[in-house]
Design a protein around this ligand. Structure first.
Ligand code: ARG
Length: 557
């Protein structure tokens, strides 16, 4: 709509300013009484050395578009009132016709690689990994909606010196059965014990180094243990992904790049970027500490593997964009990584983006440990689901598929809580709050959707070819918001910001509930069909918004 208005404004201005520039100037008036769209004339006034009032008056007299009802020039603004009848007709028709494809870009835009989740083998799936998983998956969905093919990559932390420690710890204190039963918990236990014991007995560290060296050199026993740690951890991670309903196109861990690093190191050398520093090799950086490439003993590092991974992905997928969805604390790492790639002369360095995020807090504190014990994500999800189940027993005890719905609501609450604020903010984690049916929560949006489904169960919405009537003052903001959905989808991708979709869904749910409180949707009058069409459209867009966030929409709850 704004695009069309911008084009008409350009015509009214005899193309002296292009539609694109006008589009970026268009505003939403403070209240709908002032109009639906406003065009401020102050920028033009400066350039043209005329008063904004006279420019506004001139435009107001010239502006002409089918969907515009009237135009007013007020204090240097052109205030535009849309033809509610026509716009209502257009918007509802489009949504009923496109259904869940409303807002989808049909053109093929290329590929986007998303590196997200990426937990570490034999370590618990932390709250930070949850954030990465949820944000990354939403971003992948949003990329797809915008016409891109999304490649979801899990860059598992399955390599590094900690595996030497783990091997030694296992050989000393490992209990095969206990580990098989509860892999990550048990592996973590012996890993922690290793650190405690190593304080008394430093030779343990020597042994660990030797064990890691053996692993790197392909020693069979070390390899087998590593593979086993990886396999059992993987199974545990998979249960979490299943619960969250998230899949990956590739689980390519750091270890995958072991045989790809020598050529990267050679390339750095050939390009004159590698500098020796006390036996180690680094790439010097501008305005930050050097990036360590190999240690004194020749071993590679996290950054080296990321470098190999980036080159590999570029070669393999030639993506338009590569997103790394990783917490704030790794900012320096990614800045260094991107700068190394730039220094290597690769123009695609500009396509790399660190999509960083803040911490998960509980009662204002970092949520990594609880009395020294790690907060397990699986426990948290189980608690959310149990809470949803209890709520359901109270609110809707006769619901047939309570268990499934409880899962959808519990998991949806956790995801929504994460995505509703901008990712850079730290977020509070309170099960009680995120489950509140009346708060700014996933269950609130889901509940609104279910409520509409039950209305439409009683009476089906019409098809798109009828003439929709405008529905009055309370419905108009809903129509305007529905019209904004495609733009919101585009912005969420451009700014790598799923919270725009979450906020949009909340607002749509809020507006709809307000409308619902005032109007009898099913009243048998001549506007009934249009009201039902509005309900159906809101349901489609709410469901699609939640789907973009990775949340399911039960029809009954
Ligand atoms: N495994 C890492 C961690 O848990 C995250 C990896 C992120 N991705 C990457 N390409 N570095 O901290």
């Amino acid at each position: 709509m704004n695009q069309q208005i911008a084009d008409s404004l350009a015509v009214a201005l005899k193309q002296q300013i292009i539609g694109e520039d006008i589009l970026s100037l268009l505003e939403k008036p403070k209240s709908l009484e002032l109009g639906d769209v406003a065009f401020p004339c102050f920028t033009l006034a400066k350039v043209w050395k005329k008063s904004p009032q006279s420019i506004a008056a001139h435009i107001a007299s010239q502006l002409n578009h089918d969907s515009i009802e009237r135009v007013q020039a007020v204090g240097g603004y052109v205030n535009i009132f849309l033809d509610q009848q026509k716009v209502t007709q257009q918007v509802l028709r489009k949504i009923l016709h496109d259904k869940q494809l409303y807002g989808t870009t049909p053109t093929k835009m290329g590929t986007v690689v998303l590196d997200f989740s990426s937990p570490n083998i034999a370590k618990p799936f932390s709250m930070g990994h949850l954030r990465s998983t949820v944000i990354g998956n939403a971003l992948a969905n949003i990329a797809e909606k915008n016409g891109y093919q999304a490649i979801r990559i899990n860059h598992l932390g399955d390599w590094g010196t900690q595996f030497g420690k783990l091997i030694v710890a296992y050989q000393l204190w490992g209990d095969k059965e206990a580990i098989s039963a509860s892999p990550i918990e048990e592996l973590l236990k012996i890993y922690v014990k290793f650190h405690e014991e190593a304080e008394q007995d430093p030779t343990l560290n020597e042994q660990a180094r030797a064990a890691f060296k053996a692993l790197e050199d392909g020693n069979e026993e070390a390899q087998a243990l590593w593979q086993w740690f990886r396999d059992v951890s993987f199974v545990e991670f998979q249960t979490i992904y299943e619960l969250l309903g998230i899949h990956f196109d590739a689980f390519i861990g750091e270890a995958f790049y072991n045989d790809k690093m020598p050529s990267v190191v050679t390339e750095l050398k050939e390009k004159g970027l590698l500098v020796e520093s006390e036996g180690a090799y680094v790439v010097e950086m501008e305005e930050m500490p050097p990036c360590l490439i190999t240690k004194t003993d020749g071993a590679t590092l996290y950054a080296t593997r990321d470098l190999a991974a980036a080159l590999y992905r570029q070669q393999h997928y030639q993506p338009q964009k590569m997103f790394y969805v990783v917490g704030n604390e790794q900012s320096l790492h990614f800045k260094q990584l991107f700068q190394v790639i730039e220094k290597m002369g690769y123009p695609w360095a500009k396509n790399l983006q660190h999509v960083s995020f803040g911490m998960m807090l509980k009662d204002g504190k970092k949520m990594s440990t609880r009395k020294g014990k790690v907060v397990l994500l699986a426990d948290v999800l189980a608690e959310a689901i149990a809470t949803a189940q209890r709520n359901m027993e109270q609110k809707n005890p006769s619901l047939p598929n309570k268990e499934q719905v409880a899962k959808q609501v519990g998991v949806g609450a956790v995801i929504f809580n994460d995505l509703k604020s901008h990712r850079l903010n730290d977020i509070e984690f309170s099960i009680e709050q995120m489950m509140n049916f009346e708060g700014e929560t996933g269950p609130y949006v889901q509940y609104t959707y279910a409520r509409i489904c039950s209305i439409l169960d009683k009476k089906k919405a019409p098809t798109q070819d009828m003439l929709f009537k405008s529905l009055g003052e309370q419905a108009w903001p809903i129509i305007l918001l529905l019209e904004q959905f495609p733009k919101t989808v585009a912005m969420a991708f451009e700014q790598a910001d799923p919270s725009q979709i979450a906020k949009y869904a909340l607002q749509l749910a809020r507006l709809f509930n307000k409308y619902y409180a005032q109007y009898k949707i099913l009243a048998e009058d001549e506007q009934q069909a249009s009201r039902l069409a509005l309900c159906q459209s809101v349901a489609i867009v709410l469901k699609e918004s939640l789907a973009l966030l990775g949340i399911e929409s039960p029809e009954n709850m």
